[in-house]
Ligand binder design. Structure first.
Ligand SMILES: Cc1ncc(C[n+]2csc(CCOP(=O)(O)OP(=O)(O)O)c2C)c(N)n1
Ligand SMILES: [Mg+2]
Length: 323
């Protein structure tokens, strides 16, 4: 067993927290408390939680726009995530970014970006910085199967490989890019094979079980830290909701969602905790209740915060002395 009982309990708690935060966000969106786009991470929690558990606090994470769960998994308080969603001054990006633009300097989390694939070179840049400084931190970038069709992704991989940068390219293959299924958008079904063209270490793995994700990302991080250069890994996952809040996801085959839910990351972690560590149903229920309370308190706190200051709007567009 690669993770300890305590780590697995923390992973179970974090996956449950992400799901609850996302459920509350979905509700808030329908009440127009959240404006603009909103992409939920429900169903994919095991990826961010397994990956974050395998990383060190000083490692950099770069994310796209489906990043609420990814920033929570790095330890950012749900209060600030909700505040950002509601456009409040105490949000992760002072309320001027919203759902698609959450970042935390303290947590080395640099997201999110709405241009599909456009964020991937930033991770190569962060990995370059780590190598230049001579520390052994790594950069990990999350991107989708759709982003793996973008040209800029190849350029980032090529430079990372040429300069042996400590970068983990983590493709979250959830089978869809908006409403377009993987078979309709890509000849290759295994995005890690994109690495072959630049001679990069690569592999594909199933990312439904957070422990499996932990093992694979630990291996990838070890590879990068030992100076062997970047890796590209593809985690097979699935999103339960539509692409964004405006998508009812009618393009799925009948029964597909129900089938995928059999391998729900929270259920798999609960199974492991019970079978491998003797954790009881009551203990798991208590964690769920505690998480629900934490999420609701964070939500209520955020609703009561002051709105973002419109005068800040341009401050974050260009670097300045003040920030
Ligand atoms: C350059 C660019 N092209 C198109 C879009 C519109 N768009 C937004 S998300 C998306 C799908 C991306 O799918 P994927 O990379 O698989 O990520 P997922 O949403 O599944 O997490 C598209 C085409 C965009 N935002 N940017
Ligand atoms: Mg996708």
């Amino acid at each position: 067993m690669s993770v300890t009982r305590e780590q697995l309990l923390d992973m179970y708690r974090m996956m449950s927290l992400i799901r609850r935060v996302e459920e509350l966000a979905a509700k808030a969106y329908t009440q127009r408390k959240i404006i603009g786009f909103c992409h939920l991470y429900i169903g994919m929690e095991a990826v961010a939680v397994g990956a974050s558990t395998a990383l060190r606090p000083d490692d950099v994470v770069v994310a796209a726009y489906r990043e609420h769960g990814q920033i929570l998994a790095r330890g950012v308080d749900p209060k600030h995530v909700f505040a950002e969603l509601f456009g409040k001054d105490t949000g992760t990006t002072r309320g001027v970014g919203g759902s698609m633009h959450m970042a935390s300097r303290e947590h080395h989390f640099w997201g999110g970006y709405g241009i599909v694939g456009g964020h991937i070179p930033l991770a190569a840049g962060a990995a370059f910085a780590a190598k230049y400084r001579g520390d052994d931190s790594v950069a990990l970038v999350y991107f989708g199967d759709g982003a793996a069709q973008q040209g800029v992704f190849y350029e980032a991989m090529e430079l990372a490989q040429l300069w042996k940068l400590p970068c983990i390219f983590l493709c979250e293959n959830n089978y869809y890019a908006m409403g377009t299924s993987l078979e309709r958008q890509s000849f290759l079904q295994d995005m890690s094979r994109r690495g072959d063209g630049v001679g990069m270490e690569r592999w594909q793995f199933e990312a439904f079980d957070a422990v499996e994700v932990y093992d694979n990302i630990s291996k990838a991080a070890e590879h990068c830290r030992s100076g062997k250069g970047p890796v590209i890994v593809e985690g097979i996952t699935y999103r339960y909701r539509g692409h964004s809040m405006s998508d009812p996801a009618k393009y799925r085959a009948d029964g597909e969602l129900e089938e995928k839910k059999q391998r729900d990351g929270i259920l798999l972690a609960a199974d492991r905790l019970k079978k491998e560590h003797g954790v009881t149903d009551d203990e798991l229920e208590a964690i769920k209740a505690d998480v629900d309370k934490q999420a609701q308190e964070a939500y209520d706190w955020a609703v009561a915060q002051a709105d973002a200051d419109p005068a800040l709007l341009y401050d974050f567009t260009y670097a300045s002395e003040a920030h």
